[in-house]
Design a protein around this ligand. Structure first.
Ligand SMILES: [Zn+2]
Length: 304
């Protein structure tokens, strides 16, 4: 049987995915931790206008990495996917300790592993909608807590059991090497691993170390120029392309707040297509390299 990408509307052949955003949030609620209602995204008129603009700008697929404790809502994702005729992959997983729902502290590694596998194989709750990625599995700033390590180990075992892709959250770009060590210790297929938020890292030795091992890395906070300037982000990306790592790089914006939406005056999901990719082209990056990062790599990584 040929490999498929598992979306909220069923398993699709990889060719159904066009230019794909590898780490996004479309329906999300972090208000309980942040005490603020800006990090709430829901299936609303505002969001749907935003997604219409995004599709018109060239987006042909979204990996939606919201998980347990982050306000995941796979039914809304299913409805949004149908409404916009846009493939969406939903996630199973837990984020970072500060956002863990209480059950994570109670559950054993085995129980977490079983939950992840059942959401990929059988579906989320009784919705019949299946997760197609284990994500965003996170470590805290400059450390991986004991509970985070438990979640990572369960995630690795679920990856091995199902073959599903696994992508991570590195708080402000940190801890990628520690995550890689754990993946190696757990004997995971590194071609199904993608390390997140590496555009916030900036450590070129660490980039080389990760990429030589065979994982993907994500430049996935594009547009968040208050975290890191666009100039630095682009300079690191060009460095990596020059070194020949084009087959292991994937891009996204990681929209997490209403105020980031274009319709609310923010940079919007579409920024990747309307601003960032054109800038790369002006700097001499070829359309072929862009297609590899935006289409070929996500298709290969997400298929199982
Ligand atoms: Zn995220």
């Amino acid at each position: 049987m040929s490999k498929k990408i598992r979306t909220v509307t069923g398993d699709l052949s990889p060719e159904k995915f066009g230019q794909t955003m590898i780490h996004e949030h479309v329906v999300l609620d972090l208000s309980h931790v942040r005490n603020d209602d800006d990090p709430i995204l829901s299936n609303s008129e505002i969001l749907n206008r935003e997604l219409e603009r995004l599709k018109a700008a060239g987006c042909g697929g979204i990996v939606e990495v919201t998980n347990h404790g982050m306000g995941r809502d796979v039914i809304s994702l299913h409805d949004i996917s149908l409404q916009h005729d846009l493939p969406i992959v939903a996630a199973t997983g837990y984020y970072i300790e500060a956002y863990y729902p209480p059950e994570v502290f109670e559950k054993s590694e085995d129980e977490i592993f079983e939950l992840f596998v059942s959401e990929i194989m059988d579906g989320v709750g009784d919705t019949g909608i299946r997760a197609g990625i284990i994500s965003e599995i996170g470590s805290s700033l400059n450390e991986m807590t004991t509970n985070e390590e438990k979640v990572f180990r369960a995630a690795c075992r679920a990856q091995i059991q199902t073959g599903a892709p696994l992508s991570t959250h590195c708080e402000l770009g940190t801890m990628g090497s520690a995550q890689l060590k754990l993946f190696n210790d757990m004997d995971v297929d590194l071609s199904k691993i993608s390390i997140g938020h590496q555009d916030l890292n900036g450590n070129r030795e660490e980039y080389d170390y990760l990429l030589k091992a065979g994982v993907y890395i994500q430049f996935d906070t594009i547009g968040k120029n208050n975290y890191r300037s666009e100039k630095e982000r682009i300079s690191d990306l060009i460095y990596l392309l020059d070194k020949g790592y084009v087959n292991q790089l994937m891009l996204s914006c990681d929209i997490t707040k209403k105020s980031y939406l274009k319709v609310n005056g923010g940079f919007g999901y579409e920024y990747l297509f309307t601003d960032f990719l054109p800038q790369l082209k002006e700097l001499g990056i070829s359309q072929e390299e862009i297609t590899t990062m935006m289409v070929d790599n996500p298709r290969r990584f997400l298929s199982f």
